[in-house]
Design a protein around this ligand. Structure first.
Ligand code: SF4
Length: 78
């Protein structure tokens, strides 16, 4: 197992994309407020400490300094 870090100051959307818990759905809420939409999809966090609380009312600004970040595998496991 390796330790993966991302450079400081990486944009929140990029950190969300790189995180194992970062998810997206094509189902958009009827009222947009704090949400983050990228390429027509709603970004959200599936982390079990966050999703039950915030659900889809999620903004990627939370990713910026999130301690739950877990890097995705860049290549499939063999
Ligand atoms: S809030 Fe944290 S755990 Fe959730 S997607 Fe962003 S970096 Fe990952």
């Amino acid at each position: 197992m390796g330790l993966v870090t991302l450079p400081a100051g990486i944009e929140p959307e990029a950190r969300h994309r790189a995180c194992w818990y970062g998810r997206r759905t094509p189902h958009l809420p009827t009222e947009l407020s704090i949400h983050t939409i990228e390429d027509g999809e709603l970004l959200y966090c599936a982390h079990p400490m966050l999703f039950p609380i915030v659900g889809y009312d999620f903004a990627t600004r939370n990713c910026e300094s999130c301690d739950y970040f877990k890097a995705r595998r860049s290549t499939p496991a063999r």
